[in-house]
Design a binder for this molecule. Sequence first.
Ligand code: NAP
Ligand code: GDD
Length: 367
Amino acid sequence: MKRALITGITGQDGSYLTEILLDKGYEVHGVIRRSSSFNTKRIDHLYNQEELLDHRFFLHYGDLVDTSNLNRLLEKIEPDEIYNLAAQSHVKVSFEIPDYTAQVDALGTLRFLDAIRETGLKSTKFYQASTSELYGKVQEVPQTEKTPFYPRSPYAVAKLYGYWIIVNYREAYNIYASNGILFNHESPRRGETFVTRKITRAASRILIGTQDKLVLGNLSAKRDWGYAPEYCEGMWQILQHDKADDFVLATGETHTVREFVQHTFSKLGVELEWKGEGAKETGIVKSIDLERNKKVFAKKDLVNGITVGDTVVEVSPNYYRPTEVELLIGDSSKAEKELGWKAKTKFEDLVGIMADADFDLVARKGY
Ligand code: NAP
Ligand code: GDD
C-alpha cells in the first residue's frame, strides 16, 4: 500500500486530494495545525469513518515553520509521496503578513526538501503547490511552463522561491520534486474570503434576506477558473509521471470577476444591470425569475430579500490590492500531452455548482 503525506489537508485542495488518494487505496497521513477551535470540517466526513481511522487515515500535528516536527514526521511515516499544499494562501492577506507568508510558503518548502535530504528518503516523490500567481504582470498570453515569471505580491514572491528551490533540489540532489503550476480552482469547499465563494455565498444570502449587499474590489480582474477536484486528480497524475517535471493546469478560458457575479445571480434567477465605473460601479437588480432554477424555485417562500431596482453589488477600494494581477489564462497542453490531464468543467457549470451549493446551505441554515 502506498503512503502519502499531505500538508494543508484541512484546506480546499487537501480535502479533495485525501478523498482521491483514499479511493485509490493509499494510506493517507495529514498534517494539521493546532487551533483554538475546530479546523477539520472539510475532512470530518472522512475522519469519522472508523474503518479508515483504523488502517488508512492518520492526522498529525505539525507546522511548516517547525523543522524538527517535519523531520520527525518523515522519519516516522516514510511516505512514498508528499503533497505540500500548506500555505498562507491569501494574496491580499500576504501584503499584511509578508514575513509569515515567506516563512511558510517559501522557507516551509525548503525545510521539507531538506528534511527529505537529511532523512535519506531517496525514493520519496514531492509535489509542490505552485501557482499561476507566479506570472503576475503577465509577460505572455496564454501562460505556459516557459512563460517568464513576474510576481506581484508577497505571496507570489514567496511561491517563486518555492518553485525555484524545487527545481534546484531536483537538479542538485536528484530528488523527485515537481511543481504543479495551478491556475485558480474553486468549489463549494473554497474558503469564504476568496472572491468566487464570497460571491456565491453573498448572492444566496441576499436572495434570502440575511445580507443587503455584496461589496467587492476590482471587478475587471480576469481569472482562469477551474473545478478543484479535477486539479487535485492532476496533482496525483503529476507525481505518477516517469520523471519529475513542472506542469501548468488550467482551463484555457478567462473571465472577469464581474462575469462571475453576473452568472451567479443569473443562475439563481436574478438578472443584474451595471451602472457607473471604477469604485462607483454598482450592480442593480433588473429582473427576477426564480422558476429558472429548480432548487431556488422549490424554496421560493424563503426568497424575500430582493426587489427589482435594488443595488446589490458595490465596489470598495478597501478590497483593492497594492499591486494587482489583472489577467490570467493558462495553456495546459503539456499536461494534456504528457499526463492526459484536461480540465472538464466549464466556467458556467462551475458557477452553477457553487451557486447551488451555497443556496442550499444558506436556505438550510438561514445564514
Ligand atoms: P487553503 O484552502 O487556504 O488551505 C491552506 C492549507 O494550508 C490549510 O489546510 C491550512 O491550515 C494550511 N496551512 C496554512 N499555514 C500552515 C502552516 N504554517 N503549517 C501547516 N499548515 C498550514 O488553500 P487551497 O486553495 O486548498 O490551496 C492549496 C495550495 O495550493 C496552497 O499552497 C495554495 O497556495 C496553492 N494554490 C491554490 C490555488 C487555488 O486556486 N486554490 C491555485 C494555485 C495554488 P488551516 O486549515 O489550519 O488554516
Ligand atoms: N478575495 C477577493 N475579495 N478578491 C477580490 C474581491 C474581494 O472582495 N474583489 C475583487 N477581487 C479580485 C482580486 O483582486 C483578484 O484579482 C481576483 O478577484 C481573485 O481573487 P482571489 O479569489 O482572492 O484569488 P487570487 O487569484 O488572488 O488567488 C487565488 O488563486 C491563486 C492562483 O492564481 C488563491 O487561491 C492563491 O492561493 C492561488 O495561488
